[in-house]
Write a protein that binds this ligand. Sequence first.
Ligand SMILES: N[C@@H](CCC[C@H](N)C(=O)O)C(=O)O
Length: 286
Amino acid sequence: MKQFQFTKMHALGNNYIYVNMFEEQIEESMLPQLAKEVSNVFTGIGSDGMILICPSEKAPVKMRIFNSDGSEGKNCGNGLRCVAKYAFENKLIEKKEFSIETLSGLVHAKLEVEEGEVSRVTINMGQPKLNRAEIPMAGTPDEKVINEQLEFDGSVYHGTAVSMGNPHLIFYVDSIESAPVLTLGPRVEKDPLFPDCINVEFVEVAAENELHFRVWERGSGVTQACGTGACAAVVSSVLNGHTKRGLDTTVHLAGGDLLINWTEEGNVLMTGPAEVICTGVYFYDK
Ligand SMILES: N[C@@H](CCC[C@H](N)C(=O)O)C(=O)O
């Protein structure tokens, strides 16, 4: 029997099993299977996936995210805030501003600390990518997909595609409560239009600085919140003329609120909380 120490953390209910790879050793080939196992509510710990906090040659820490189906994502907004909190509170770093490496590049974290505990984190997520080739999405590589007519099973929808280091497709709805998250979400996630599959978001515009949001995440299904998805929703809303560039926009997710700003300079800032739930030891067979 093998084992590793874990910390379960959540950011607005988007919960992952975090493993400190500065101290633990897990065989690379085991990671997808372990992510599935720990995520299982009945036979594991129960989570939306597993996140590794790793040493990096480019930054004080590197984040790797595995969804609950074992697939590896390239970015995770809620995960980044938890990694930043973990790194500071566990003394992997002493500064309140530092970079984090992800599979899609470097991002920058700024911590708000109260009595030694990180209460809120702002992540500068960098610039969104909009061309089809960058999403990735089938079609003319250098074209953007903004409010484009898309057909799924004979029904027509209008979608906007945004990459925040990982792919997102945003649909606008009149009522967030009746958004077809459980039906259109899984249908679109694995559509051949998206060679790497896609995260699917539903957005109701409440005001020029306020959005309601629900998500079907690639590799994890419905989650309480998706940080990169909320960033993508704000970028999409600026592109569609619903909100304004440079404005702090509140995104209401099932698990709580995020503050997102697509700045005039081009970077997307995401501010929100991160929480520790518990720590423990996970046992597994090789
Ligand atoms: N919950 C995350 C995103 C996690 C990865 C995503 N499912 C993917 O595969 O791209 C977030 O907070 O951004």
